[in-house]
Ligand binder design. Structure first.
Ligand SMILES: Nc1nc2c(ncn2[C@@H]2O[C@H](COP(=O)(O)OP(=O)(O)OP(=O)(O)O)[C@@H](O)[C@H]2O)c(=O)[nH]1
Length: 400
């Protein structure tokens, strides 16, 4: 309410609320291609829309507040519904009930109409609007109760603050009712009233801060993910493989390690014969198949076009060889849905041992050399430094 001597001073609070909203909108813009980022837009609307109403009200006289009550009421109710919708989407639900939101809005706007046009009473209007907006926010309660437990303290912070925000909005009318003041003029000038208002704003800001912290964390995580993952297969890319292997190779408890280089045989023929889309599909199928054949801590990466590398921890050469044989056999057994029945995709492998991070480059070179030895020896086979595998002549591409 505009009780300030300087009306522009009263714009500080709406400006802060607007800033939070715009920052959330900025977070949405950065993450807009990520699935499920839409909740940020709803939460941004949950701040921007009420900020407009708060700014308008901050500059109005009591008479103007009455004539604009329905308009500002609509903005607050829509903003709080948007906040509940954003929270619901954030928790993985499909959203909150539009019908329930409209019902709460209709009842609240009806009361606002009555107490602004029929029997003018600013005091009752404020209380009705506070309860109406709290009820809008409460629409997400069911989703919150059913949601998975929060996985970190930031998530807990956001959920708890949202709950406190709604709880306080429901309690505030009762707290204000207990005031021993007569008339709205006296009330809105009292320190107690300003305190209840300031606490509401602080809780709202606290919640927004938690949301922003979560959003920044999510943006950083998705940027890291984008930087580290091959977009087609979602496996680690070459850069992430080198970074992750440096971390893994620093832990001597995981020694010894085996580096496996793998290259699909005659992949060009797959592209040439059935098109790039089928070639991509083969790469994606292999990206699902490979991690299933190794342990969780082992690394699997797409190193180049049709070349993959694996870093196996705590294995000796014979065990590594049986893991790779298992991969080779699983490829034989695998039916690629987009390839004609009976067409098999094979690959050639080179395995190089390594005992420390400093040997990574040399191991990559050795594994690559062994892989090309396997190609020369007829493909669809595994080569190790001891040449455990005898040469054999595999067909160009089984079934073609
Ligand atoms: N579909 C698809 N093809 C790719 C991708 N990256 C690389 N390729 C293709 O992979 C093929 C690799 O061909 P080559 O290097 O001749 O190897 P190859 O046909 O597998 O033959 P060998 O390795 O000797 O068995 C090329 O035709 C590339 O265009 C990709 O992301 N998707």
């Amino acid at each position: 309410m505009n009780q300030s001597a300087d009306p522009y001073f009263a714009l500080i609070a709406p400006a802060c609320v607007m800033l939070f909203g715009l920052t959330l909108a900025g977070c949405w813009w950065v993450q807009r291609r990520q699935p499920g980022a839409r909740f940020l837009l709803w939460l941004a609307a949950g701040y921007v829309i009420p900020a407009v109403a708060l700014a308008a009200q901050s500059l109005m006289s009591n008479a103007e507040l009455a004539s604009a009550a329905l308009f500002t009421g609509c903005l607050y109710l829509a903003g709080c519904w948007a906040q509940a919708q954003g929270m619901a989407l954030r928790l993985g639900a499909r959203g909150v009930s539009m019908a329930a939101g409209l019902l709460v809005a209709a009842v609240t706007l009806g009361a606002l109409y009555y107490y602004s046009r029929v029997q003018e009473d600013l005091w009752v209007r404020v209380q009705c609007l506070t309860v109406g907006t709290a009820l809008q926010q409460l629409l997400v309660l069911g989703t919150m109760l059913k949601a998975q437990p929060a996985h970190d303290w930031l998530e807990r912070w956001v959920r708890w603050t949202y709950g406190v925000n709604v709880g306080y909005a429901l309690l505030r009318p009762f707290a204000v009712w207990l005031l021993p003041v007569q008339g709205v003029q006296e009330l809105t000038r009292s320190g107690y009233w300003l305190l209840t208002l300031a606490v509401a704003l602080l809780i709202g800001m606290w919640f927004a801060l938690g949301l922003l912290a979560c959003s920044v964390r999510d943006v950083l995580a998705s940027l890291r993910e984008e930087r580290n993952r091959d977009p087609l297969t979602r496996l680690l890319n070459r850069r992430a493989f080198l970074e992750s292997s440096a971390a893994l190779l620093a832990d001597q408890r995981l020694a010894p390690w085996m580096l496996v280089a793998m290259d699909i045989d005659h992949f060009k023929q797959i592209n040439d014969r059935w098109g790039h889309r089928v070639g991509d599909h083969v790469l994606q199928e292999l990206a699902l198949l490979l991690p299933r054949q190794v342990r969780d801590r082992d690394l699997v990466a797409r190193y180049g076009g049709e070349e993959f590398v694996l870093l196996l921890s705590r294995v000796q050469l014979p065990e590594a060889k049986s893991v790779v044989e298992r991969i080779r056999e699983s490829m034989h057994d695998h039916d690629f849905p987009l390839l004609p029945a009976g067409v098999k995709v094979t690959a050639s492998f080179g395995i190089a041992p390594l005992a420390a991070a400093t040997q990574l480059d040399a191991a990559l070179e050795l594994a690559d050399a062994l892989l090309y030895a396997a190609k020369r020896d007829g493909r669809d086979c595994v080569r190790t430094p001891e040449r455990l595998e005898e040469p054999r002549n595999a067909p160009a591409l089984n079934g073609i």
